[in-house]
Design a protein around this ligand. Structure first.
Ligand code: SF4
Length: 273
């Protein structure tokens, strides 16, 4: 049912085998508009009840201000997947240890390393842990995580088949965007994780992930909708799920981005012949 709801949010109704009564469609649209979730997460809601997510969605389409330089990812296009990716990830985790390399360690409860399959063909990279992630030590477990799960399911995959990590592994205070110094300190470990998993396709969730993966600041609009060559892998940029919670109208655009990823992975849309 969740998957159907997500498809409906995306505007996908064409895979229904029977003709759809326009009156039913109108009913669904009205029901969606009145749903509790949409009411709670409406962009028109005052900011007095901020959404606890991993991401400041107000920044989604804005470039990161040029306060400090960002580090370009290392040139390792020739890197090959290690013989034992799980052991490689474990080694990176051990190297991180009880990390105090940047100031974000001061406010964290749990370091959020990553989650999923060490041999995944698809990897998602977000911005940083939010309150739920900080409490559990697992990326994308709050409301934005639930939406990411739905997105993965809509692609015909299971969460445990993909790998998920963030630009920074400790929660920025108040869910603010990580400072360049913090992100530059933490991303070498993300790059090592990427090299351990060596997915075929990487999906950058939001402007911060895209910025630090591509090593350049650009508005998201200029990066979405195409495949970027990324160190021997394919990188696709889309909206952060937290932004989609704030602006569900953009789910259709996100689905178009995910379909690019599916095409690169050779996946067919579930429900379509
Ligand atoms: S954000 Fe990264 S670099 Fe900073 S303390 Fe946490 S693990 Fe270390």
């Amino acid at each position: 049912m969740e998957r159907v709801r997500f498809y409906r949010d995306l505007g996908l109704t064409e895979f229904y085998r029977r003709p759809v009564d326009p009156a039913r469609l109108a009913e669904w649209a009205a029901a969606a508009a009145e749903s509790k979730e949409l009411a709670e997460l409406s962009p028109s809601q005052p900011d007095s009840q901020p959404l606890q997510t991993t991401h400041d969605s107000n920044l989604e389409d804005k470039p990161i201000p040029p306060r400090k330089p960002i580090s370009a990812p290392p040139e390792t296009a020739t890197a090959v997947r290690p013989a034992d990716p799980a052991a490689a990830l474990q080694q990176i985790r051990e190297e991180l240890g009880d990390c105090t390399r940047c100031g974000l360690h001061k406010g964290r409860n749990k370091l959020v390393f990553g989650d999923g399959s060490a041999t995944a063909r698809l990897m998602f990279v977000g911005e940083g842990p939010g309150a739920d992630e900080d409490a559990q030590g697992i990326p994308f477990v709050g409301k934005a995580g639930q939406l990411l799960n739905n997105m993965i399911t809509a692609m015909g995959l299971k969460r445990e088949e993909v790998y998920i990590a963030n630009v920074v592994k400790c929660r920025p205070p108040g869910n603010r965007t990580p400072e360049p110094e913090e992100a530059n300190t933490c991303t070498p470990f993300l790059f090592q994780q990427i090299d351990a998993v060596r997915p075929q396709v990487l999906v950058a969730l939001g402007a911060t992930a895209a910025t630090y993966l591509l090593g350049q600041r650009q508005p998201l609009a200029g990066l979405r909708g195409r495949v970027h060559a990324y160190r021997g892998m394919q990188l696709i940029v889309t909206y952060h799920p937290a932004f989609l919670l704030r602006d569900p109208r953009q789910k259709k655009e996100a689905w178009a981005d995910l379909q690019i990823a599916m095409r690169e992975l050779g996946l067919k849309t579930p429900g379509k012949e």
